[in-house]
Design a protein around this ligand. Structure first.
Ligand SMILES: Cc1ncc(COP(=O)(O)O)c(C=O)c1O
Length: 372
């Protein structure tokens, strides 16, 4: 698979055209409300002075960068506000490929397809490290695959699509492997607020000059349409300081800057949202995970119970995760998932279901009836 065109829209369009009611479990768009402070911020913004309708600093609003820096325990200077984690990942990957000698991006199998598509788009060589049966990414496997050809290693925890959470030891190892091979570890942590395991560790804890952590408010605050994310780069006065400088320039030349009202509203929400909001979102997802996994078990399907994130991978007897089978489930069962083959070879027998719908029970009942 060349991953050049991510396939999510293909499946969503098929589901939208279906001649029946379909439970959409394809996309990663949260179905719950953003924090109230976010709506307050937006409402206030409508009355802001004309000056506030103009370009914000290219690197992001100072207050927002301060809030992010405080949360991540880093200097504000290292924080670059981006148009979602998508742009943050792009800046980090292209930066690593430019800065380090190698030409290879090391990815996992299964992989979030945008990483693989981006590596392709950037003309990089790609290498895939299969995750273990239990969905963990073994540092020894990453070490064996990394070489002087490697410029970038991309990890994602909590993981899309496996639901695995990598602990502090694994993260420290990934950072060490990047250092040993003169490569950049890009750690995409967009699902960090949805850790059910309590084991989540940021790659920033490794305190390595070879780490960029990326994140966003898309999932954390249920605002995928706002496009506010960020990257934390290594310190500018350290050995890899050039990465930050170049990312800032690329961000400015591509976007000029990000959206000021969106950043303002996110900052308001960061200041006013109680921990309860995040805990309630996590609990809602956990309840859905329990209900969906129990129903899958009854339907005789194999499944992974995610340690974090939004997704459950399921495997039905004699029903591999192909596009054809996913289309059949849309037409015959009225449930839309993503084919495992869209994420690589290692989970091509599986289908990924996103639990961002209140209709999880109904979807599970439909699947159980179909596979009865
Ligand atoms: C692992 C991962 N990274 C990044 C993104 C995109 O995040 P953003 O909306 O912040 O660009 C997604 C969206 O589904 C994702 O699953």
């Amino acid at each position: 698979m060349d991953y050049e065109e991510p396939q999510f829209f293909r499946v969503m369009q098929y589901a939208a055209r279906a001649d029946r009611d379909v439970v959409d479990m394809v996309s990663g768009n949260p179905d719950w409300d953003p924090p109230e402070g976010l709506r307050d911020g937006l409402r206030d913004y409508a009355e802001a002075d004309a000056g506030d309708y103009q370009y914000p600093p290219s690197v992001g609003l100072a207050g927002l960068r301060d809030a992010i820096a405080a949360r991540r325990g880093v200097d504000r200077n290292r924080v670059l506000v981006t148009n979602g984690a998508g742009e943050a990942n792009h800046l980090a990957m292209t930066g690593g490929l430019h800065y380090f000698d190698g030409t290879e991006v090391l990815l996992t199998d299964p992989v979030y397809p945008y990483y693989a598509g981006r590596a392709n788009f950037l003309g990089a060589d790609r290498s895939f490290v299969p995750v273990a049966e239990d969905n963990r990414l073994r540092p020894a496997d990453v070490r064996a695959a990394a070489s002087e050809e490697t410029a970038v290693i991309v990890v994602n925890s909590p993981n899309n699509p496996t639901g695995a959470v990598y602990d502090a030891d694994a993260m420290a190892e990934f950072a060490a492997i990047a250092e040993e091979n003169e490569a950049l570890l890009v750690s995409d942590e967009v699902y960090d607020h949805f850790d059910f395991s309590g084991r989540f560790a940021s790659a920033l804890d490794a305190d390595s000059p070879n780490v960029v952590a990326t994140n966003s408010f898309s999932k954390t605050m249920a605002i995928t349409g706002f496009r506010v994310g960020y990257a934390v780069f290594p310190p500018e006065d350290g050995p890899t300081g050039e990465l930050l400088e170049r990312a800032r320039t690329q961000h400015m030349l591509t976007n000029v800057t990000g959206s000021r009202p969106a950043q303002y509203a996110v900052l308001r929400a960061l200041k006013t949202t109680p921990p309860d909001y995040y805990a309630a979102c996590r609990r809602r997802l956990e309840r859905r995970v329990d209900a969906f996994c129990d129903a899958l078990a009854e339907a005789g399907a194999a499944y992974n119970r995610p340690e974090g994130g939004f997704y459950v991978l399921a495997r039905f007897p004699d029903f591999p995760g192909t596009f054809e089978n996913v289309y059949e489930l849309i037409d015959e069962a009225g449930v839309a998932g993503m084919p495992g083959e869209a994420f690589g070879e290692s989970r091509s027998d599986w289908i990924r279901f996103a639990l961002v719908t209140p209709r999880v029970d109904e979807a599970a009942a439909r699947l159980a009836a179909y596979f009865e």
